[in-house]
Structure formats: C-alpha cells, structure tokens
Design a protein around this ligand. Structure first.
Ligand code: ADP
Ligand code: MG
Length: 379
C-alpha cells in the first residue's frame, strides 16, 4: 500500500489529470505530471510538471525515478512509454490493457472474445477491404479512424455503400472501422474500479446525451431497468477482468430500440461521464483512481443525490467568459472549470453538476441554466 506522502506520476495533463491531481493532493499525495503542453490543466496544480513528449527517454527516466507509482488520464500514451516506466515503479493500468483501447479494431475483437456484442463492424485497412465491408455492413454507417479519435473526431457519416470509397479517401486511407449506424434508444456508461487482486466496484450506471458526437449531459442514475443496469455492469466487469485492469475505467454502451445492449467503446481511465460522481457520490471516480493505483481499499461508490452533469464547451465562450451568474444563482449547481486558456468550439472547458432530490427536477434546472448560458453566448 502506498500511503499519503507518496508520489504519484500522472501521464497526461488534461482535465482528467487535473481532477485526479485535486483528489490525490487532498488525500496528501504528491503528484508529478508529464505532459508536453506547458500550460496544461493538470500541470497547473501538480507538485511538479515535466514538459516533454511521451517519447523523450531522458525525461521518462527522470520521471520514473521520482515516482512511487504511475497512472494515466490519456489512452494514447505509447505502450513503449508505459513499458519503459514500468522498470522504475508500478504502472497502473499496465501497457497491455491500455493498448487494447488504442485501436478500435483491436478493441472490438477483444469485446467479441469476451463473449459480448460490439456494434456490427468491418475493418478497413486497404481499398481492397472496401467491397467486403459494403457487403457485410448495413447502411447508413459510420466510418471511423481506428486510432486517435475522440469527441466524434475522425468520423464520417456514410449514407450509402456508394459513398464509402470517398469517405475512406477523406480519412486519408488510414486504418479504419466501418460501423453500422445503430438506432439508439439511449446511451449509457459504466465507470468501475478494479484493484490489484481483481476485485471490482461499479459506480451507478450513467445515461449519456451526446450532441455532434460530444458528450453534452450525463444523467445519473440512468433511467433504465435494474435488469439492464445489472447487465451493463456485468459486461463492464467482464471486460475489466479480461484486461486484467488495475485502476478506474469506463465502458460506453448503446441501448438499441429493441432493448439490446452493444458495447460502443472502452476508456482505460476516468471518463467524462463519471464527472457526476464528484458531487453526487460518496467517493468520486478520481478519489477511486487514487485508491486503486495506491493499493488502498475501495471508497464507497454509492450515489447520495440524483444529478445531471452538463459539459461547458468552448462554444459558450465569446470574446470573454460566459456570464456565470445564471449558474452561480442556481444553488445546487456546482461549477468545475479546467483552467484552459483558449476556448475553441467543441473544446471541453468545464462542466457543472446540478443536484436535486428528484432526477426530473435536476434535469429541468440543468437545462434552464444551460439555456441561459447559451443565450448569453449568442446575445
Ligand atoms: P469517440 O471516441 O469520439 O467518443 P464514439 O465511437 O464513442 O467516439 O462516438 C461518439 C458518439 O457518436 C457516440 O457516443 C454516439 O452518440 C455516436 N455514435 C458513434 N457510433 C455510432 C453508431 N455506430 N451508431 C449510432 N451512433 C453512434
Ligand atoms: Mg465515445
């Protein structure tokens, strides 16, 4: 067990790393961030910030020497980096678990090996693969780059089989996956923690509303049956076990209009759809990550209040900040900002959680506050 006072290394300096840093520092740990951006959300709050690329071996060695354990907030850390750091101290999660989630084709094959259903897909690596994909996938479909996509980036809607070649061209013929477009009843996600000896605790299932491929709101608990919630948690646990995962991870699911659940994707880290735990659960996903990487017991994942989490994207920023009054005047809405200097459309700048004794009330209030912030942005 690594007790408070120990040093945790964090690979990546984004908002997930920042919220982790806050949790770790309140528990009395030191945090060192490795992240190329000099003004990163996590680097601002860490004890120390190495500003270097994830490939810089000299810095990796220095970083490794100073940490007692290393974790990550970013799935695209090169496996070689994680392996190199593992010579100095435990790296949780390990390279092999992170790697599976770095490539959509590898990830979907893995989901199938777990006995679970991904969205119907076909791998496309060369133009020669296009014909087989046209035959096996029903259109409309979505073509996604196999690697490095996030927030809907690297995705093209493909209406008919005839449009596929042009879409592949548009994505520069990098490795891709073609997915059938699913008619969604809703989207849900499971955030879970798994410890060194393989025990698992799940947070309550969250319901996610996306706009233009980017998470807009998380509603928790999800408005689904217990049977469906249990099925999602069991599936997520199966995946975590198969990955031999240590830390906090997320699994995103589609619920189809026929009531089936399909695995959309996994994240080997805390997740935007788990931000609701900060204000609505006894333990946040970030504290739980600290506990898992340091070998501490689980914190209680129980949710104490219904909550709606709403993302604040750069679109709400004009020349200046949004006028926060609408939000600050809502007494049970909690603002979290990530310290990002430049606001760009689609960039996640912060979020707010709205709590209420009834979920419906929280939803109405969150929408009211968000509408006022949006009005101000367009005024
Ligand atoms: P990202 O890595 O950008 O999160 P996702 O594959 O999760 O990529 O896609 C983002 C969102 O786009 C999903 O949450 C969902 O709303 C929508 N989407 C993606 N794939 C499909 C699909 N096959 N059918 C229906 N909607 C989809
Ligand atoms: Mg996603």
């Amino acid at each position: 067990m690594l007790l408070p006072g120990a040093t945790i290394g964090m690979l990546g300096g984004g908002q997930l790393g920042r919220l982790f840093t806050i949790a770790a520092r309140s528990l009395g740990y030191k945090v060192i961030v490795l992240e190329p951006d000099a003004n990163s959300p996590a680097g601002q709050l860490a004890e120390r910030h190495f500003i270097a690329s994830y490939h810089n071996e000299t810095v990796l060695d220095l970083f490794g020497q100073q940490c007692d354990v290393i974790t990550t907030e970013f799935e695209n850390i090169p496996a070689a980096t994680l392996d190199r750091l593992a010579h100095y101290c435990p790296v949780r999660p390990a390279a092999q678990a992170v790697q599976v989630t770095q490539d959509r084709v590898v990830e979907k094959n893995f989901v199938q090996q777990c006995g679970l259903a991904p969205v119907p897909f076909a791998a496309i690596r060369h133009t020669a693969d296009l014909e087989a994909a046209r035959q096996s996938i029903r259109f409309p479909a979505i073509l996604k780059t196999a690697r490095l996509g996030y927030d809907g980036k690297g995705q093209i809607q493909v209406a008919t089989a005839e449009d596929l070649a042009a879409a592949f061209e548009q994505l520069q013929q990098v490795d891709c996956v073609l997915e059938q477009r699913i008619e969604l009843e809703r989207e849900i996600s499971v955030i879970l923690a798994r410890n060194i000896v393989g025990e698992v605790r799940c947070f309550p299932v969250a319901e996610n509303v996306h706009r233009q491929g980017i998470l807009h709101q998380t509603i928790a608990p999800a408005r689904i049956s217990d049977t469906l919630a249990n099925a999602a948690q069991t599936a997520a646990q199966t995946i975590a076990n198969a990955l031999d995962f240590v830390g906090v991870m997320a699994v995103e699911f589609f619920v189809t209009t026929t009531g089936e659940i399909l695995v959309n994707e996994m994240a080997p880290r805390t997740h935007n759809s788990g931000h609701y735990t900060l204000d609505a659960c006894l333990t946040s996903q970030f504290e739980q990550q600290v506990r898992m990487v340091c070998g501490l017991p689980f914190g209680d994942t129980q949710q104490h209040t219904p909550v709606v989490m709403t993302n604040l994207l750069g679109d709400l920023w004009g020349d200046s900040q949004p006028s926060w009054n609408a939000l600050l005047e809502s007494p049970a809405s909690k603002l979290h900002l990530y310290g990002k200097l430049a606001a760009r459309p689609g960039r996640k700048m912060g979020h707010f959680s709205t709590l209420a004794p009834q979920l419906d009330t929280a939803l109405v209030e969150a929408d009211r506050v968000f509408a006022r912030l949006s009005q101000d942005a367009t005024a």
